[in-house]
Design a protein around this ligand. Sequence first.
Ligand SMILES: CCCCCCCCCC(=O)SCCNC(=O)CCNC(=O)[C@H](O)C(C)(C)COP(=O)(O)OP(=O)(O)OC[C@H]1O[C@@H](n2cnc3c(N)ncnc32)[C@H](O)[C@@H]1OP(=O)(O)O
Length: 224
Amino acid sequence: MTDALDAVARLFVNDGLSEDEIARQAALYGPLADDVRALIPLAVQTRAGDDDVRQAREHLAAAMELLGRTKEDHPFGTRFNDNGNFRVWGNAVMGLRNAIAPLHRINHDPDGRVWADFHLHVGFEGPAGHTHGGVSALVLDQLLGDAARVGGSPGMTGTLTLRYRKPTPLGDLHGEAKLDRTEGRKAFVTGHISGPHGICVEAEGIFIKPHWPVEDGRDRNQTR
Ligand SMILES: CCCCCCCCCC(=O)SCCNC(=O)CCNC(=O)[C@H](O)C(C)(C)COP(=O)(O)OP(=O)(O)OC[C@H]1O[C@@H](n2cnc3c(N)ncnc32)[C@H](O)[C@@H]1OP(=O)(O)O
């Protein structure tokens, strides 16, 4: 566990950036991730022929060479400034700089409910034409974890139990979660994902506050 704690501490950094600099970086790198995100379904769906694919790959190789000239050699982690502006831009579900992240924003209601409307493109396919079950788990893990945090009990996922009630379509979906109760360091959270025909996946999670200090931030309306 010591290695894990070291990594968490090392990647939990007050980088002292001004709000203007954070906004500048968000405006620069957010659209880059959006472009990469748009490439993913294209790679699945394009019917381009040999020459066009070869040419596209040359352009992509040039872009990768350009972007790789200067880069960090570690994950993004959690960065913040003195204003409490927290950034998790590498997060797999909602990271602003992460092209696989399907959520743009998690909303918080005054009653503690957290929710997100999101779109899953064809790169998230599992059963033909439908969402991969692991992707539903990914989204629900984040939503339930955020509900625990907003409810004042931030923690690591200890147990996540899912009931896949009916196939989850691709496309426009809704997810939500709410803290049910706490017992000591354990937060019990429920949630679901729904599509145009109702609830597809139900989730129950137990989130456990680790021994090491964690960010609370329950009032923070977290954007990616
Ligand atoms: C914290 C902020 C970070 C937010 C990030 C959100 C990201 C999205 C969520 C994630 O993806 S987290 C990543 C996936 N989860 C992990 O990697 C967790 C790995 N496991 C651990 O780090 C530890 O096992 C854990 C912190 C969950 C628990 O370790 P502890 O040493 O604190 O537990 P301990 O053995 O002291 O048990 C405390 C209580 O929790 C119970 N417990 C322990 N592990 C459990 C478990 N896995 N599920 C359910 N309950 C569990 C245990 O029975 C006991 O209950 P009682 O108090 O009633 O006796």
